[in-house]
Design a protein around this ligand. Structure first.
Ligand SMILES: Nc1nc2c(c(=O)[nH]1)N[C@H]1C(S)=C(S)[C@@H](COP(=O)(O)OP(=O)(O)OC[C@H]3O[C@@H](n4cnc5c(=O)[nH]c(N)nc54)[C@H](O)[C@@H]3O)O[C@H]1N2
Ligand SMILES: Nc1nc2c(c(=O)[nH]1)N[C@H]1C(S)=C(S)[C@@H](COP(=O)(O)OP(=O)(O)OC[C@H]3O[C@@H](n4cnc5c(=O)[nH]c(N)nc54)[C@H](O)[C@@H]3O)O[C@H]1N2
Ligand code: SF4
Ligand SMILES: [Mo]
Length: 885
């Protein structure tokens, strides 16, 4: 590729369904994409993809609602002004080169993402490690998979997931540790539920919080946050005491005596669990040969995350329950290419293709292969340290690609300030409307998932193609092409002279063959000769792919990747979370995900049906704590830590334990600026993996002293400025929750400003004495906006009002739905738009007794099935209410 050459892109819309991969979670579902010729696509599950066999969850099903171009960045932008590629790429290359010349290679950094395609990732890693000559490339996978990577390497000598998804069907017992699989890996959860139905697979959930994944579980262990190591140490000791260890397999491991000693000396009472439940857990585990332990962020995002991983692996290794059908540890990856990132060496302490940065033979092999001037021999800065170095000026040029750290990093206000103050920041994104892009000096328009070609690897090592079906909008370019151009302009023309994603893939597959010769397991050299047609037709394939082997499981044969060929049992001891609750900060803050939003919402928030599930950021708090603090249902709560503050809507529920609260990670400066929860989260990390403890900060809580609350709906976008606001899209326009410390004198003027309606006709119902006001605005006889203000949290039928402007007249100001159009309530089934109230009415009036009966009567839960656990929970609640009456 020369500088002037056009970047290869999809040529116009492609006819017929094209096979690709869902760009959200690490399940890696296959999708069939049919462009509609007008810029849109319809999305169906690919019946032939081994991950999902046709299934999709609510987010995958709604992908079509997110491909619009309204929010897209179309041209490169420098200092807020549109520019052209030539000038911008030269600027980026010059600034990085000058910075390296003046301050050395470690004065620059890339912060990339587990959502990049392997080809993008490979090129970024090659540029930084081989050519710029620093290992300062880290990724949001540091916030996500780093503890698992470190735990796998300690135990196996390699970062390898031994199992496959089929093991979920093969297992007799599935243990979910720190995983809300029902919401975060919904298609795997559906596979699990189907297996439970078919053969009675038992399910244990280990999570301090009750989640949708606990529905129908045989056992839910609500352990103290961070106490997993003590629980699995107890299991290890019990396995030993009950003669359950595998004497034939144990010689394949080392470290047994020390591991047993630390396991038996640990105190399981720190889990806070009922000893009878602990006993049941141990008995179920010991009594079942085919156990699959699925673990995720409740394990990884912890200051003892790596130890938690090893505590789990110890139990599987010592019983030989690994790498066999239905039997073994299965870490589920978060992002669509979190696994691919580990393969290309995207983390600051890895080389490419599972080769080791510390190993000089590996370094020189990679360097020779790349014909590169460098191969760094020391690890680069890990995410939290990297942003500290940006903050204190050690890093002077930063390139952020496909991630939104101003929202998602712990201590996010400090990170935001560091990015803003960095002398030179480049952001590659598909939109400029993100908290991070707004801080950048240069914003580069990338092509989005439906517009680009490459590969991703899912949680069970299956490599799938993403295929472009839509043309690149405006001047957007694939991420790999942008990075390669900068590499060329920095002076490495030949090394970054790529014409296509395929060319990169072939190079990468060839390098993996060299790794294979070093005895590494990640070897896809069997794919290194793919031609254009072969890459085009490439079917999902599980690595390794070599002349002699394809796919399968690892480690049943007892062969590991440490120099002695054995696995290591790692002695670990329980440690409390790094920050302690104390009188000033008495609550433990847990954070995580909701069913229908993806991370910082830059894509999922575009879909009205996804927004209708949970339209506002919230804080789950136990009823007893709420009572003591004087917090009522739907009050706003201020959560404050030594690092920052967030305002969230109270959801009073015994799904969390007393002393603990939970908040979602998704809301941002774009959607609810006061509710960025990572502003509150402490930047403490696991000492081995460097992964932040995103699930165990400490906070104090106070009821927000709001003078007024409001709910607003509008056909057009809002312009909110109040102390608290949260907005989302509806099918008919927009809705928002608002609150402030002092009420405006003139609600009409305030509402006109909020809606941008200086001249619209207004109808007002106000009671100044009580501090309430309701205003509706009409243009050309049509309702276009309405606001409901009250000194208390506003009680109106929101989901009915959100259908405005279909609501015909000013009767809307009553805030109540007419009898013939009942309020559906918050949408539970986003495929068929079925709300909670509709379902509750069905249960009560039609006597619906099962999830299937609800489906038959109301359609809810009959398409993607993501809402089925919540339907079951509604049924259970209705039954226990009946029983109490
Ligand atoms: N809907 C949706 N799905 C997603 C994503 C999304 O944004 N939205 N993101 C994807 C990504 S990148 C990731 S990493 C995955 C994450 O998937 P998960 O890890 O399943 O999701 P989380 O909600 O972050 O956390 C899981 C659970 O850990 C629990 N937990 C907290 N502390 C502890 C503890 O000390 N011990 C134990 N045992 N459990 C604890 C929490 O209560 C929570 O229920 O989801 C992926 N899928
Ligand atoms: N408190 C708390 N914080 C957390 C977590 C938690 O559980 N609790 N979880 C952590 C985890 S596991 C993760 S994975 C992170 C995720 O956090 P982030 O990675 O910061 O979140 P995303 O919203 O996925 O950011 C992706 C960005 O890439 C952009 N984008 C989309 N497509 C493309 C493309 O094709 N090319 C380019 N260049 N850009 C694109 C999107 O618009 C968006 O701005 O959050 C972490 N932060
Ligand atoms: S489970 Fe849902 S979000 Fe994850 S890959 Fe499949 S369709 Fe996409
Ligand atoms: Mo993640």
């Amino acid at each position: 590729m020369t500088h002037a050459a056009p970047v290869p892109q999809a040529e116009g819309a492609v006819a017929g369904p094209v096979r690709s991969t869902c760009p959200y979670c690490g399940v890696g579902c296959g999708v069939l994409l049919s462009p509609d010729g007008a810029g849109g696509v319809t999305v169906k599950g690919d019946p032939d993809h081994p991950a999902n066999m046709g299934r999709l969850c609510s987010k995958g099903s709604a992908l079509g609602e997110t491909v619009g171009l309204g929010h897209r960045l179309m041209k490169p932008r420098v200092g807020g002004v549109d520019t052209d590629w030539d000038e911008t790429l030269q600027l980026v290359a010059d600034r990085f080169r000058e910075t390296v010349e003046a301050h050395g290679p470690d004065s620059v950094a890339f912060y990339v993402s587990g959502q990049l395609l392997s080809e993008d990732y490979y090129v970024a890693n090659k540029l930084m490690k081989g050519f710029i000559g620093s290992a300062n490339i880290d990724t949001n996978s540091r916030l996500c998979m780093a503890s698992t990577v470190a735990g796998h390497k300690r135990a196996f000598g390699t970062d390898t997931v031994p199992q496959t998804y089929e093991d979920i069907e093969e297992a007799d017992l599935v243990v979910l540790v720190g995983s809300n699989l029902a919401w975060c890996h919904p298609v795997l959860y559906q596979r699990l539920i189907a297996a439970r139905k078919a053969k009675g697979t038992r399910l244990i959930v280990i999570d301090p919080r009750r989640t949708a994944s606990c529905d129908g579980a045989d056992l839910h262990l609500m352990l103290e946050p961070g106490s997993d190591v003590a629980l699995f140490n107890h299991l290890f000791a019990a396995l030993y005491e009950n003669g359950m260890l595998d004497a034939a397999y144990l010689p394949n491991t080392s470290g047994f005596n020390a591991t047993l000693a630390s396991a038996t000396s640990d105190d399981v009472s720190v889990t806070g669990l009922d000893p009878r439940d602990i006993d049941r857990f141990c008995r179920m585990w010991m009594g079942t040969e085919k156990v699959v332990t699925i673990f995720s962020q409740g394990v990884n995002q912890s200051s003892s995350g790596t130890d938690k991983v090893n505590a789990i692996l110890n139990c599987h290794l010592a019983t030989g329950r690994i790498g066999k059908p239905g039997c073994g540890p299965l870490s589920v990856t978060g992002q669509p290419n979190a696994m691919g990132g580990r393969e290309v060496g995207g983390l600051a302490n890895m080389l490419a293709c599972h080769l080791d940065l510390e190993n000089c033979d590996h370094r020189s092999a990679v360097r020779n292969f790349w014909e590169a001037p460098h191969a760094p021999d020391k690890a680069g800065l890990k995410a939290v340290d990297m942003f500290s170095a940006v903050g204190d000026g050690r890093i002077k040029a930063l390139w952020i690609i496909h991630t939104n750290p101003a929202v998602s990093m712990p201590d996010a206000d400090r990170v935001r300030d560091a990015i803003r103050d960095c002398p030179f920041t480049v952001v590659s994104d598909i939109t400029d409307r993100t908290d991070t892009a707004r801080l950048a000096d240069v914003i580069l328009p990338a092509t989005a998932w439906a517009e680009k070609d490459g590969t991703v690897t899912n949680s069970d090592r299956t490599i799938s193609r993403q295929r472009a079906v839509l043309p690149a909008p405006g001047e957007a370019r694939p991420d790999w092409a942008i990075v390669a151009e900068v590499g060329q302009r920095m002076g490495w023309e030949a090394a970054f002279d790529y014409d296509s994603a395929l060319e990169i893939f072939r190079e990468y597959a060839t390098l993996s063959g060299i790794a294979g010769r070093f005895g590494k397991d990640f070897d896809i050299s069997g794919l290194s000769q793919l031609d254009a047609e072969g890459y085009d037709r490439m079917r999902p394939v599980r690595w390794p792919v070599t002349a002699t082997r394809e796919g399968g499981r690892f480690f049943a044969d007892g062969q590991f990747f440490h120099p002695d060929g054995r696995a290591r049992l790692v002695p670990v001891t329980w440690r409390a979370p790094a920050t302690r609750t104390e009188p000033r900060y008495p609550f433990r803050l847990n954070t995580g995900r909701v069913r229908d939003q993806w991370h910082t919402m830059t894509r999922t928030a575009l879909s009205p049906r996804l927004a209708a599930h949970l339209a506002e950021p919230f804080l789950e708090i136990h009823p007893e704590d709420a009572r003591v603090l004087g917090i009522g249902a739907a009050d706003l709560v201020e959560a404050e830590s030594p690092h920052g503050q967030a305002i969230l809507r109270a959801r009073i529920t015994d799904a969390v334990q007393p002393g603990q609260v939970f908040a979602p990670m998704h809301w941002t400066g774009e959607t609810a600026p006061a509710a960025r929860i990572d502003a509150v989260v402490a930047p403490v990390v696991d000492p081995v993996s460097g992964q932040p403890e995103s699930k165990a900060s400490v906070v104090k809580l106070t009821r927000m002293g709001a003078a007024w609350y409001a709910f607003a709906v509008s056909a057009g976008p809002f312009n909110p400025t109040s102390a608290y606001w949260a907005r989302s899209v509806t099918r008919a326009g927009h809705r928002a929750e608002l609150a402030g410390y002092t009420a405006p004198d003139d609600w009409e003027a305030e509402a006109r400003r909020l809606f941008g309606l200086p001249d619209a006709e207004v109808a007002v119902m106000a009671d100044p004495g009580r501090g309430t006001a309701r205003l509706a605005f009409r243009e050309a006889g049509r309702l276009v906006a309405a606001i409901f203000v009250s000194p208390e949290p506003v009680a109106v039928m929101r989901d009915y009002l959100a259908t405005m402007p279909e609501v015909p007249d000013l009767s809307l100001l009553s805030g109540r739905a007419p009898a013939d159009r009942p309020d559906p309530g918050p949408i539970l089934c986003s495929c068929f738009d079925v709300g909670v109230n509709t379902i509750l009415r069905g249960i009560e009036e039609q006597g619906l007794m099962t999830v299937d009966a609800i489906g038959a009567a109301l359609q809810a839960g009959t398409n993607c099935g993501s809402c089925r656990p919540e339907l079951a929970a509604l049924l259970a609640a209705a039954r226990s209410k009946e029983a109490a009456e």
